[in-house]
Design a protein around this ligand. Sequence first.
Ligand code: AMP
Ligand code: MG
Length: 414
Amino acid sequence: MIDSCAYEAKPLLTVAEALARILAALAPIADTETVTLSAALGRVLAHPVTAQTNLPPERNAAMDGYAFAGADVSTDTAVTLQCVGTAWAGRPFQGMLQAGQCVRIFTGAVVPPQADSVVMQEQVRVDGAAVRVPPQPKPGQNVRQAGEDVRLGASLCADHTTLSPADLGLLAAAGVAQVAVVRPLRITFFSTGDELVGLGQALASGQIYDSNRYLLGGLLADPRYQVTDGGVLADDPGQLEAALLKAAATADVLITTGGASVGEADYIRALLAQRGQVAFWKLAMKPGKPLAFGTLAGCHFFGLPGNPLAVMATFRQLVQPGLHQLLGLPYQPPLRLLATCTSLLKKSPGRQEFQCGILSQAADGSLAVASAGLQGSHVLSTLHKANCYIVLPATCQGVQPGEAVWVEPFNVHS
Ligand code: AMP
Ligand code: MG
C-alpha cells in the first residue's frame, strides 16, 4: 500500500530515494510479440539470441591480394608463386592449390582449403602468372577465421537489449530474420489546467498555449512506447476523474502534467487519494518539486508538475527510468561528465538542481559548460538553448567560474 497521507509535513524526498521507490514498485511487463528485423529497431529484445552459424561462416580474405600456403613462402627472402586462378567474393576458387601456387583473391572471398595466408596486392610484383611475394612476417596473415567474430552457439544479443542499428546488423549477419520483443508500453498522457489552450486558437487574457503536450509528447516518442495523447483536461474534478479512469482501462501508464501541487485548483491529488494508491512527494529537486506516483485503477500513474522545465527534469530523472523498468531494461544511471563551469551559478542549499547548460569541447578535448540562461522552471527558451543539465548537489551553495561541475548531456540514449 502506497502511503498517500498529507505531504506538507514530511521532509523533502531526495531524487535518489524517489527513484529507488519507483524502481522497487514497478515490475516488468511480460507480454512479447514477434517482429521482423526491419521493424525491430529501438525495440526491447525479449529473449537472448544465440548464433546459429559461425561469423564469419567461412575463412575469408581480409584484403585484395593473393592467397597461398604459408609453408610455400619465406620470412627472409622473396619467393615467386604461380597464380592458378581467382577467388571472388561470392564465387570461391574451385580448383586445388598445389605447392608453389597461389590464387588471386578479393576481400571477403573464401580462402581455398590449401591456403592459409593472403598477401596484399600492393606488396607483390606480378608478371603474367608469376607473382613475386616479398618475405612474409608470419603465416596466416590477412585471413579472417571462421567464427572469429561470433562462434556458433555463442550469445549474439542479450535479452532486454534495446536494439540499435549495430545490433540489427549483427543479427542480420547471423541470418536472424525475426525476433521476439517486449510489446510496446501503452502510455496515455494529459495536460491539465484551465489556462491551457490548444495551438491554432487565439489566447484570451490569462491563457497560455499547452506546451507540455509537445514537450512530453517529444520525450515519449520512442518505438518502445505506444503513446496516446489524451489532450487537455480542465481543473474540474469530475472531468479529471472520468478521463483518467477511462484512459486507465486501456493504458499501462498514465502521465499528467500540472495540478499535482497543493493549490486550490489542484484536484489530481484528491482524486488519486480516493481512487488510487498514489504517493505525493515533495522532491528535493529543482526544477520539479511536486510529484505523484502510484497506481490508478490498475494503471501506473505519474503526476508531473506543470512547469515545462520541471516536466523535462522529472521525466528524465524519474519517469524514464520507471518506464525502462516496466520494459525490463536494467537500470542505467544517466551518463555524467565533469566539465569546467565558465559561468557563475547561483544556488541555495537544500535541493539537488538540474540547471540548463551548454556543454562544449575544446580542441584539446577538455569540456566546458556555461549556463544556458535564466533558470526559472517556466523559461523554455533556456531549455531550448541547453544541451545538458548541470547537476548540482543539494548541499551546493553556488558555483564560481572555473570550478568543476557534473553535467548530464541530453542526447545520450539508452
Ligand atoms: P500547476 O502545477 O498546475 O500549478 O502548474 C504550474 C505552472 O505550470 C503554471 O504556471 C501553469 O500555467 C504551468 N503549466 C501547467 N500545465 C502546462 C502546460 N501544459 N503547458 C505549459 N505550462 C503549463
Ligand atoms: Mg494548474
